[in-house]
Design a binder for this molecule. Structure first.
Ligand code: ADE
Ligand code: ZN
Ligand code: ZN
Length: 259
């Protein structure tokens, strides 16, 4: 009997814990990594290959999520997102003392540019940067503290309880059903003009681009809403566009670091 209770307690805790977010989800982060790989310069490709011992960008793109449950790495948890009120700006709003996604990305870039940083340090921060550039393009990672980027907005996805954040992290992508390589191989063909527009700007500009999308999501959602195919029809192309922008901009940052 005791064993049975422990078993059910484990099932309950496990489902509770998995209720919290895992960012784009494994497929989303890998798709962004696979797309980035296509836009790398020769020099960047060579340097990254050395640091990742031949593994692909997609292969290491979920590392920052994998270390989350290890206490040793707890200080990095706030680096996955940035929150500020809709009526404010990142610059005006008091910064979190624990850091945020922008601090995370900037720190990784600094370490990678630092000639005297150790290889181990560079490998760690490269893997983190690859992941965070994905997070920067999940619109609800540029959210509001009051609902933890939509984690507290309960909705139904095909009649099963979840939350808005998770719908954007993984539910839509999983329902879409493509592998990360299929998503990358089918990325939208861009004109040179469109490519340049995506590449232009700074990390802060890219954050505000995702923020606009985040704001729009709140216009079509209310707590308890039943989401299914209609929501994917409306937003799956946006998800794919965000994954592509994330990949292209990750490559831009890496090309700049290794220029
Ligand atoms: N926790 C608190 N805010 C969050 C956000 N915007 N995204 C993911 N996790 C969060
Ligand atoms: Zn998330
Ligand atoms: Zn993350």
């Amino acid at each position: 009997m005791k064993k049975l209770s422990i078993f059910f307690l484990f099932i309950f805790l496990n489902s509770y814990v998995s209720y919290s977010s895992d960012d784009w989800g494994k497929t989303g982060h890998r798709a962004t990594g696979e797309i980035a790989q296509k836009y790398l310069s020769r020099k960047a490709k060579k340097e990254i290959n050395k640091l990742l011992d031949g593994h692909s960008i997609a292969y290491v793109s979920n590392f920052a999520d994998e270390i989350k449950s290890d206490k040793k790495y707890r200080e990095y948890n706030p680096w996955h997102y940035v929150n500020f009120p809709f009526e404010s700006t990142y610059e005006k709003h008091p910064k979190s003392k624990k850091g945020d996604l922008i601090v995370g990305i900037n720190t990784c870039v600094e370490v990678l540019k630092n000639q005297s940083a150790s290889k181990e340090d560079k490998v760690f921060h490269l893997k983190m940067l690859i992941h965070f550039m994905g997070d920067l393009h999940q619109p609800l990672h540029i959210g509001m503290a009051e609902d933890r980027g939509g984690n507290d907005i309960e909705v139904k996805w095909f009649n099963k309880g979840t939350n808005l954040h998770t719908v954007w992290d993984s539910k839509m992508i999983d329902t879409f059903g493509m592998t990360y390589t299929e998503i990358a191989a089918n990325e939208k063909e861009l004109t040179n003009e469109e490519l340049k527009t995506i590449q232009k700007g700074t990390v802060i500009d890219w954050m505000y681009d995702s923020r606009e999308l985040c704001k729009n999501l709140y216009k079509t959602i209310e707590p308890g809403k039943k989401l299914r195919y209609r929501y994917s029809y409306d937003y799956m192309n946006k998800v794919l566009e965000q994954l592509q922008k994330g990949g292209i901009r990750l490559a831009s940052l890496l090309n700049e670091i290794y220029s």
